[in-house]
Each structure stands twice: as C-alpha cells, then as structure tokens.
Write a protein of this length. Sequence first.
Lengths: 161, 577
Amino acid sequence: MIQKKVCMIGATGVGKTSLVRQFVESIFSEKYQATIGVKVDKKVVRVGNRDVTMMLWDIQGEDDEFEIRPSFLRGASGYMLVVDMTRSETLETAKRIQLMIEDQIGVVPFQIIFNKHDLKDEFEIDDSWMVEFAGEKVLRTSAKTGEGVEDAFLGIAAKML
Amino acid sequence: MSSSVLKKENENAVSRNDDAVEEFSTPRSSQNPKFPKIREAQSDIGELRRLLVKPGEVSVVLPEAVRKSSEKDGDLAEATLPIVEDNIRQSAARDPKILAQALYPVIGPAIRKAISQALGAMVQSLNQTLEHSISPKGISWRIEALRTGKSFGEIVMMKTLLYRVEQVFLIHKKTGLLLEHVTADESEKQDADMVSAMLTAIQDFAQDSFNASEDATLDSLKIEELSVWIEHSPDALVAGVIRGTPPLSLRETFSQAAEEIQFYQEADLKNFDGNADVFERSRPVLERCLQFQAGEQKETSGVFKPMNIVAAGLLGLLFIFGFFYVRDYYRWSGFVERLESEKGILVTETDRGFFTHSISGLRDPLAVDPVGLTEEYGYDSEDVEQNWKTYYDANSEFIVKRAELLLKPPRGVKLSFANGVLSAEGNAPVGWLSDAAKIAAALIGVNEFRAKDGVADGLKNKIESTVVMFNCNTDDFAKDQTTKIETLVKDLESFAALGNGANISVHGHTTKIGSEEENNSLSDSRAEKVKSEILGRSSKLRDMNNTGTVSFKTVRIEADKETEECAATLTLNADSE
C-alpha cells in the first residue's frame, strides 16, 4: 500500500481541522477548537485501482503570532491550502504560505480549497480573486455540509500518485 | 589491451625514460648535440612529454607511481596531507551531512563503545552509592551478591531490569511514514501509522519549540510504565515501545538495528516514495529488538531457591509457634476455668506471658491446691507464678469442713450447716457437746449450734438421774448437796446451750409419813426450792427463763412406795411448749 503525507495548511480558523474531521469521520462540530502544533489523522482512499493511505498532518493555522513550522512540512507529498471564503485576509495568508512552502520543500502537488461555502451571505472573496489564485478550476467546500470535501481529498491523492 | 600488458609497457617506458633523463642530464651530452645518443635521448624526452600531456595515460601511470613513492618514503603522504585536510574541511563546510553519512558506520560503534565504558563507570559509581544502603531489599540483594559472587551494583541493576519491548516501529525520518512494524503480541497491535506520524510530529514539535538544532533528536518518551526509545539513523528511526525498566544495553540493540537497516537499505530509504513493501526485509532486524527480561524469575528456577527455603523455614517456624500458641491458649484457659470452678478459690488476675504465666486471687486453706493442678494441665510449677491470699469461704461445705477440723466430732456424730445453723447429729458425749457449743459460736458463718434429737440424750439422762436430797420433814437441802446442785446447774446450762429449748420439770418428793396435806405442801416447797437454787446460781438460765427459752415447772409427786424419799428430781423435755 502506498502512503502519502499530506499537510493541511492555511490561516487560523479557516476550517482545516473541520475538513479533516468531515473527511475522516464524517462529523462536523460548530465548536471551534484551535489546533496547537499538529494533529495527525489517517484515511485510506482508493484512487483508480490503488489504495492510498493518506497521513493528514493538520498543522496549526498561521496568524499574526504564529508562523507555520517548516519542519512539519518536511517529507510531505502534497498539501491542501485552505482559504476561508468569509475572510479575505486568509487568501493573502494562503498566498504567502504557498511561497514559503515552495521555498522549503519545493514544488509538490497541492490543492487550493475555498472553504465555508455554506455561509453564502458572508463571502468576502470574489470569484475573480479565486480564479486568479487557484486557476479556472476553483474548488469550493463546506466542512459543515460536506460539500466538495471528498473531491478535494481525492483530488490531492490523485495528484500525488 | 589488457591492463597487465599495459602496466608492463608503462613500466618499461618509465624505465627507459629514467635512463634517458640520466644520460641527457650529463654535461657531456649537452655539449655534443650531434652525438647519436643525444638524438636518442631527445626521442625519449619526446615520448615522456607525450605521456605526461595525455591525462588518460597519466591516470594509468599515477597509481603505480604513488605506490612506489609510498614504499620508498612518506614524502607523498606528507605532500598530499594539506590537500586532503583541505578537501575534508571544504566538504564539511559545504554539506556536513555527506561526511556524517559517510562516517556513520564507523562513528556509531565507536560512540557505543565509549558509552558502554561510561556506563561501566556509572555502574561502579552506583555500586559505591549503594554500598551504604541498609534497606531490607538492599540487604537481601547484598546477600545475593555474596552468594553469587557478583558485584552489588550488578545485582541491583539485574533486579531492577524487568521489561518487555512490546512494539518496534521503523519510521521514515523525512516523511514520518511507517515503513515496518513488529509487535510482541499481535493482540496489542495499534494504529502503527498514526503512532509513527505522531512520534515524528512530536519530535518536530519539540525541536521547533525549544529551538534545538536539526541534529538534536528526541531519544525517549515516558508515559507511566511505558517508555518509547527512539534511535536515529540518517534516514530512519527505530522506535521501541517498552513496558517496564529496560537496560541501557537495549538501546545498543536498537541502535544496531537502525545502523543495519540504514546500511542495507540506504537506497530504499533515500528513494522512498510511499511504498513500504521493500522494508519487509527489515522485519528480522526489528524482531531482534523485541526483547524481554523477566528479572528474578528468569534468573533462578525450581522450588529450592534460597528465598523459598527461607520463606518455608519462616512458615514452618510460624506454624510451630502457632501450634504451641494455640495449645498453650487452650491449656491456660482450661487451667483458669478449672480454678474458677473450684470452691474456695477466687481468681482475680491472670497473665499469659510468652514464657511464664501468672495467676493471683483468694484461696480458702481448705480449697484444692492450685500448684497441684498446674501439673495436671501440663505446666511445671515454676512455669506458673501463683499468688494466693487466704480467705475463709462462707460456703456450707467449707464451714462444715472447718467445724470438723476444730470440733473433732466423735464417731457417730455428723455435722451439717444450713442458714447459719451448724447442726450435730448422732450420739455425742456430754462433754463434747458443751465444748462444741462454745467453739462453734466462734466459727465464721455460724450463728447457732444445735444438737439434733438424740445427741443430748446422755446429758438429759444425767440431769434426770440427779436426785437432790432434803432433810426429812423439811425443805432444807441435805448435807453435801451443794456440789451436786452446782453440777446440775452446769449440765442444765449445757443442755440449754444446745439450743433445743428446754422445759424443765422439778419434781418434789416426800415420804408417806405425815398427813397428805403436809406432804403435798412439802413436795411443792422442795420443788420450788430446787428451782430457786438453780436460777439463783445461773444467770444464763435466768436469762433464758426470762426469754422463754427455758421454762421451769414444779410438779407435786404424791408419795408412793417407789418414790418415797426426802428428795427432789427433775425431768427435761427438749420440745418447747
């Protein structure tokens, strides 16, 4: 069986832990619990005719007081860059983080995710901004409803193989 | 062309060139350029130049030249030393990992050896530290050290090393992904992927949190009795989950495993792309790490271990002690109960000691002898300290016994006691009865002495046979009647003292001479005279007469042939009226 290390990256509070929880356990909780350091989860997915064990490193979100530790990124085969659609500053953070990642571990497969798609009234990010950052194929998810979550993780799994 | 042939040719070429150079370098040759040898030398020089300018040819000649130079002297080594040193310095400065990886197989064992020596010193130090320990466990270990000939430190280390390696993980250092996993007990298998990733994450977190260098590694974790020992090789981690207290030598086992896997699968580790199948090869190496030590149980076997013998001995002693303790408990209880049930003995205090016992109380002199009883219950007389104080038991049995001792009743007389009255039954001499009545009054518990029917018969007969003589025709006592009257009074006192009560009839007798009227009067007068004389002589009888215990009655006896005399007689009746 193939194993791959995948890092969940993004600003603090964008929903990285919720996405992992929705993907691994199909559970969503409104209660916010900040991740300290890193939390590791595992999910076996099938891509084509191969089973892939995804080791999901849910890394503490970046904010003014905390910068992502490069050591957590070491050896990652791919990463999910999560943006909160209701907070425009998280897009900027994502851009900055991506540059840092490429500097630290080089270019590896990644998936940009625009999360919290269920909060339509609170969007702060235009579609054009999303396209500008992620390309034409923008992936919108909701950890709450589960929308797009499976696709996002399967997408990165496929890219890594 | 084969390398040996080429080598030969080169040797010849070098040899020729040596000669040519020698000849060419002579002044004579240089001064005569037209000389044929010079042309030959010039040709050789040309050949030599050709060899030197072609790198390929030089590479062929150079190893041999270096070898010859090394054999000749150390000039070459000396000449190249600065270059080699400089190369190493530059390599280390550019990327220390390359040098570290190259030296790892050499440095690893060297470090282990150094650590082993340091540990040896530590054991020595521990030995000295524990030299003065006086705990019971320490003492038992010390005894074992003496018994087995091992040092005390070794014994301490051995006793404290009880452990089991439950799981061993082989983890890819860069990605934190699990490469291989072995367990001692399949049922305890956990999610090894998660454990593996989290161990790596913890290490990264620790390194970042404390700003440690990348070379600073997390070597162990401890959660209660579980330890996780981690050994690092350049590309992998070997992590063992250990329950208990493992010996430091186990770390060496882990370290060797890490080195071995690094050595044999370095390429696999470096090219790891997520497929861990190739690391199944490392399972035997990891399984060697699944060690355990059962400590003392493993060291000795069989039932005749010294500790077992000591324990059995102690148990035996305990059993024997228990047997004697219980036996003594029942013996002593029986002895005390027996004494408590004995009449005339009152137990006030007992003490059952380890070796001697003591008992105190009150004892009637007539009660059973307790000293004699001790032997009956299996004690020697000196085993039991006895302290008895004398008392007189008011129990009827003891009163009777005491009365028998003091009154010494004659044969046929039986004493009994009830309600404060000591009674005598049977035929007794008059003298004994009167003495007994006096002595009995002094006996403890005796309020009254009584002679039952028949006992006072002798006295009664004596009194009733007494005849007090009068002068004829008068109521004057005849001559020498005083003694007789005194005896009569004493006998009456004794009779009355027996407590039977007495109705005394005094009979007045006359002759037939004279008128009947005169005789009747004389009879009354004589009886009255005797009564008065008796009461006049005895205050006791007077008192008894006053209280009604004794009553007097005068009886007129008409003269007839049989009783005709000048006298008075008495009859007694013990029954109260």
